[in-house]
Ligand binder design. Structure first.
Ligand code: NDP
Ligand code: KAL
Length: 257
């Protein structure tokens, strides 16, 4: 059984720049010979994504808008993919958002609007995307999303995003159960802290990374490449018996008390 993804097509959602975890996944899949379709949220990063995709030197790659807060944008994105490519074999969902003011201090200070926004973009979107993608995964498929330890345990400042990740992880299991009969697997990678645009501006990210270097079993922080390679496994037939799983790619940090 090989890790080649030659002849397969994957949708990568959530590249903002070259540090994005989604870009680490894209590079791993590209190296395995996959055809890639990229989606971005707003015009803010459209040029950045297009510039990065150009570096792959793959003229079959597509770049489409898909703001996951808009049902009509999800529908038109997957309709365009159907028209241009037909069948897809997987989706990498690397999307999360919460208001900055709700990512510090006490969790309970979140308001209704901020709670719903975080859950809308970071959790519900997986279900909406899975439903749209199912129609194009007629040869079976694999859906991979990204989560963090703060969805299982209380991590300071992660707050409403932790509650949204708990919902995302439960969604992975319910979707795996729904979609298994169509030969579609659904899994999450729980990544250790990686310096990306999302992590930027987060108070004391350096000390979080230092703690991982000192205490994690592997004594080093997680890289985009490590997450990319585990995603490659989850997208390939090597993982054909794995669904509804949350795989930690975090230097083993999650086993510590
Ligand atoms: P990035 O900032 O690189 O990526 C976050 C992405 O979310 C951006 O591409 C952004 O798109 C997208 N996004 C936000 N709102 C929307 C929306 N409405 N519709 C579509 N896309 C949207 O950060 P990461 O690579 O770190 O984050 C990717 C995933 O990894 C997230 O789910 C995050 O929670 C998870 N994760 C990250 C960890 C880390 O330490 N970095 C650790 C564990 C999990 P746009 O830029 O176009 O707005
Ligand atoms: C405990 C950790 C420290 C950080 C606390 C919260 C992190 C939450 C992640 C969340 C995705 C961040 C945001 O939503 C940031 C947003 O409010 C402002 N940023 C943006 O708008 C940028 C420009 C865009 C690109 O970002 C998004 N998301 O669209 C958690 C650390 C240790 C691990 C991390 C960073 C986990 C994670 O889930 O990302």
């Amino acid at each position: 059984m090989q890790l080649s993804l030659q002849g397969k097509t994957y949708v990568i959602m959530g590249v903002a720049n070259k540090r994005s975890i989604a870009w680490g996944i894209a590079r791993a899949l590209h190296a395995a010979g996959a055809r890639l379709i990229f989606t971005y949220a707003g015009e803010r990063f459209e040029n950045e994504v297009k510039k990065l995709v150009a570096t792959l030197e793959d003229d079959t790659a597509l770049v489409l808008p898909c703001d996951v807060t808009k049902d009509e944008e999800i529908a038109s994105c997957f309709a365009q993919i159907k028209e241009k490519v037909g069948v897809i074999h997987g989706v990498a969902h690397c999307i999360a958002f919460a208001n900055k003011e709700h990512l510090e201090g006490e969790y309970m200070n979140v308001d209704r609007e901020g709670f719903l926004l975080a859950h809308n973009i970071s959790a519900y979107s997986l279900t909406a995307v899975a439903k749209a993608a199912k129609e194009l995964m007629t040869e079976g498929g694999s859906i991979v999303t990204l989560t963090y330890l703060g969805g299982e345990r209380v991590v300071q400042n992660y707050n409403v995003m932790g509650v949204a990740k708990a919902s995302l992880e439960a969604s992975v299991k319910y979707l795996a159960n729904d979609l298994g009969k169509y030969g579609i697997r659904v899994n999450a990678i729980s990544a250790g802290p990686i310096r990306t645009l999302s992590a930027k501006g987060v108070g004391d990210f350096n000390s979080i990374l230092k703690e991982i270097e000192e205490r994690a079993p592997l004594r080093r922080t997680t890289t985009q490449e490590e997450v990319g390679d585990t995603a490659l496994f989850l997208f390939s037939d090597l993982s054909r018996g794995v669904t509804g799983e949350i795989i930690h790619v975090d230097s083993g940090y999650h086993i510590l008390a």
